[in-house]
Design a protein around this ligand. Structure first.
Ligand code: 26Q
Length: 843
């Protein structure tokens, strides 16, 4: 690709000097897209931003200098984009998300600006290797997993599709913990990602908003004689914004990610200083700044923390105040135009307090009447649900909520009263339904049901895969669907092919460019063109060669991080995702142990060799998930060191799975494990990343697997397990795991090996809790799906033996993965929910 519009067309070479001070016109140094201009820019930043003499320069200094040079190149596009939508008064999407898992930025920005080759050359001229420089970058781990990464993919697509948009979130000082493995157990280490600085963000201390907290409300009569409510907070803090440019691929559009950081309000501190209470002021400062300190892990049993609610309210009020202030500045737009100019999407319920907060701002701060405020609110918000697990649906104990946000509780009561009146009118004499739908839950102490608040306050509600959206309508939001069927829709998730194909799989990118021509990167359904190469033996050989090289790369990484050696000719069978019982990493372990058992009891048995790779973090307080990690590493330690079996199998637990090392994982996989209990995984997005990179899937009919199988063709997908209906039926009858053990001697032997201490030096206490759980109270029906899974794995092995058959299936998977581009998903959001069109940016 050629660089996006060259801002300054000075002849290259003319002004470029290694010494930045002589680099010629500043414009060229800041904006030139040639290798020479970039070299000059890097040299310039080494002197003026990094301030290190040549004698002490290390790779990370070059990284920072290049990052700054690249950021410079986005800056004009960034300002032009924002100025354009302000001038043209275009409709803007705001994506509100407590998490943005952006991943390393440098490679992505080079790709999207079209200056990878130029940067490589520039660094080579400076005696540096681009790949080594790229490797210096850490990642902002500001998310738990799927939901946070989805937000990041969507920002990439919004910019690439030239849709005006802002991502709003929290600038956590500490992201998701770093996972280390010690004696096979997960150990959590703080992720202090800001210690090395963050070259991508620009802090805007002048762009800050006040955030109230606690206290009480008062009624008063305003100058016009109207009765109004005032919130008298107990505390006030403020949010300051840090903006990061989000450059679209091959376009000038450069959107914004705004992350809020909490600060103490100076006047409070000063006041305390004057009255001599300096230490109290410092204390307050510490407390205020705690708000954006740390990302909460999901699946924490103790997630009902006051601070988490404060985090949510904090970023929501800052974002809404920002939106309203821009709105009122923009050509003096009236508030009544809000839904015509803004679409605000709630990424799960985490920002759903926004419904009450917008009402508060419109009514208390901008003096609108209730009906108008409510109409604007509902027309502005959309809500995406990401889970059906009842225990994962967010609720806040009424006491905590009322103490923290007294005005919001009043507003929620009022919203609820009006809403339930509507329910009663539609469904007379159905008080049970009214109780089920109320925004206030009664079970286990009163609480605010955030999913209900989000649904009532949004004109559009969607799930994240076809099956999930259907189940939403028939289970957790059934009553709401019956009341407002027109609000409900589906947008199947997608992933960005820029990061998850072009950037992470350069070998495949090259082969695609050569075979089907460029263009696929922004129009992923063009991968269909690969189908005509399926029968070409030379092409299949090259396909395999790409995969083989990717596997060598991963094997090297595995060796350097775990000491385990993998043979890149083996099948790489991979499961990477958060560790959770519903995702059933332990089912994959049962298969591994079954193979181990077969090899040990049948000397002379030959099986196609496989490397089993796992990666993923367990929530620190989720003891069963942590024990599952121990189970993987224990089985691995035994298998990998046993000469009877390690000729045929190895087991790896890859520590600290994150976006950066994911770049090595997806392109190297032959088999993608998507084995959750049907009905539990809302969508999955890793499944899509594997498919795009040519892995075959073994999976249940869950989440987006259903659509993956539809697209790939049933013959190119290894299906197993109960369907969602069957899962429900088994549960209704009363699931008896023991009955599966009784009928299946191999399963009995596998469980006995695990519980008996074979993998734990004879200690039968370590893994027994996992096995007990499977046999006595497993809501995820692992044993019910065991036989079907293990038998399907035998077929996987048979198919693997025929290179050509496997390659054909692999090519077809990539060829048919076009639907799973986040570009398709974002187009659907724009067309069906947001009404946001493209706006091309001229420089
Ligand atoms: C909630 C309250 C308190 C603390 C933490 C949380 C919390 C944080 C993050 C709850 C959930 C999450 C993340 C959920 C998530 O990643 N869900 C996944 O979203 C993906 C994108 O839609 C889907 O593909 C996955 O199926 C879904 O599990």
């Amino acid at each position: 690709m050629t660089p996006v519009t060259d801002l300054v067309n000075a002849p290259s070479g003319q002004s470029a000097q290694v010494n930045g001070a002589q680099a010629g016109p500043t414009g060229q140094t800041r904006t030139g897209m040639t290798a020479d201009a970039l070299r000059a820019a890097v040299s310039d930043h080494l002197v003026y931003s990094i301030a290190r003499p040549p004698a002490v320069l290390r790779a990370e200094h070059y990284y920072r200098a290049l990052a700054l040079a690249v950021r410079d190149r986005m800056q004009k596009r960034w300002m032009a984009t924002t100025q354009d939508w302000l001038d043209l008064s275009a409709k803007v999407t705001c994506y509100l998300s407590a998490e943005f898992l952006m991943g390393p930025q440098l490679g992505n920005n080079l790709l999207n600006l079209g200056i990878e080759d130029a940067a490589r050359q520039a660094l080579a001229d400076l005696g540096q290797d681009l790949d080594e420089i790229l490797d210096c970058e850490g990642e902002p781990g500001l998310g738990n997993g799927g939901l946070g990464r989805l937000a990041a993919c969507y920002l990439d697509s919004l910019a690439t599709l030239e849709r005006p948009s802002i991502g709003y979130g929290i600038r956590y000082e500490f992201g998701i913990f770093k996972q280390e493995i010690a004696e096979g157990w997960q150990v959590e280490k703080t992720d202090n990602w800001l210690v090395h600085g963050n070259p991508w963000e620009i802090d805007k201390p002048d762009a800050s908003y006040l955030v109230n907290w606690g206290g009480h409300t008062e009624q008063y009569t305003d100058v016009t004689g109207k009765l109004r409510v005032r919130w008298v907070p107990q505390r006030v803090l403020k949010g300051v914004s840090y903006d990061t440019p989000v450059q679209g691929y091959g376009v000038n559009t450069c959107n914004t990610l705004t992350l809020w950081s909490a600060r103490a309000v100076e006047s409070f501190a000063l006041d305390a200083f004057n009255t001599g209470d300096f230490y109290k002021a410092v204390d307050e400062e510490v407390v205020s700044e705690t708000v954006s300190k740390v990302l909460y892990p999901n699946d924490e049993p103790e997630a009902g923390k006051r601070l988490r609610l404060l985090q949510q309210y904090f970023f929501v009020t800052c974002s809404l105040q920002d939106i309203l202030s821009i709105h009122l500045q923009r050509a003096q737009l009236p508030l009544s135009a809000l839904p015509d100019k803004w679409a605000i999407q709630l990424n799960d319920t985490h920002p759903s307090i926004a419904v009450a907060e917008l009402m508060r701002l419109l009514i208390d701060e901008h003096q609108l009447g209730w009906d108008e405020a409510w109409d604007l609110t509902v027309r502005t918000f959309g809500y995406t649900n990401h889970t059906l697990l009842p225990e994962a649906l967010e609720t806040w104990p009424l006491r905590i909520f009322g103490e923290a946000l007294p005005r919001h509780l009043e507003l929620i009561y009022e919203i609820n009263e009006r809403f339930l009146t509507e329910v009663r009118a539609r469904f007379p004499d159905d008080e049970e339904r009214v109780g089920r739908m109320s925004l206030i839950g009664e079970e286990g102490g009163k609480s605010v049901r955030m999913a209900h608040l989000a649904t009532v306050g949004s004109h559009a509600v969607n799930g994240v895969a076809a099956l999930h959206s259907e189940l939403l309508k028939s289970s957790v939001l059934k009553d709401f669907y019956e009341l407002w069927p027109e609000r409900f829709g589906n947008v199947t998730n997608g992933v960005t092919p820029r990061r998850f194909l072009a950037l992470s799989n350069p070998g495949l990118r090259g082969l695609l460019d050569e075979s089907i021509g460029p263009g696929w990167l922004t129009d992923l359904v063009r991968l269909r063109g690969l189908e005509s190469f399926v029968d070409d033996p030379a092409f299949r050989a090259r396909w395999r060669e790409v995969k083989r090289a990717n596997k060598s790369r991963l094997a090297e990484y595995v060796h350097s991080t775990t000491g385990i050696e993998l043979d890149p000719t083996w099948m790489f069978d991979v499961q990477v995702k958060r560790i959770h019982e519903y995702k059933r990493q332990h089912l994959m372990v049962l298969h591994i142990v079954a193979l181990y058992h077969r090899l040990k009891t049948n000397p002379g048995l030959v099986i196609p060799p496989r490397a089993f790779l796992f990666g993923g973090k367990a929530a620190p307080g989720y003891t069963m998930a942590k024990r599952i990690i121990k189970m993987i590493t224990a089985v691995g330690a035994t298998v990998n060191n046993d000469p009877d079996v390690n000729r045929y199998m190895k087991v790896v637990f890859l520590p600290n799975f994150n976006v950066k090392n994911a770049h090595l994982v997806y392109p190297a996989a032959n088999l993608s494990e998507q084995i959750s209990t049907a009905g539990k995984e809302a969508s999955g997005t890793g499944n899509m990343k594997f498919m795009i990179n040519g892995a075959l899937t073994i999976g249940t009919l869950d989440g987006a697997n259903v659509e993956i199988r539809q697209e790939a063709g049933a013959e190119n997908f290894f299906l197993f397990g109960l369907t969602e209906d069957q899962v429900e039926a088994v549960k209704a009858e009363g699931y008896r795991p023991q009955s599966f053990v009784e009928r299946d001697p191999e399963l009995a032997a596998v469980l006995e090996l695990l519980a008996g201490g074979t993998f734990t030096h004879g200690d039968s206490e370590v893994l027994r809790p996992v096995v007990d759980n499977l046999i006595h109270h497993d809501p995820f029906l692992v044993l019910a799906d065991y036989r079907s899974y293990v038998d399907r794995q035998a077929e996987v092995s048979r198919v693997w033996l025929d290179d050509d058959v496997w390659s054909r299936m692999s090519i077809r998977n990539t060829a048919r993965s076009g639907k799973f581009s986040s570009d398709r998903a974002i187009r659907e959001y724009c067309d069906e929910i947001w009404g946001v069109g493209p706006m091309s940016v001229d420089l």
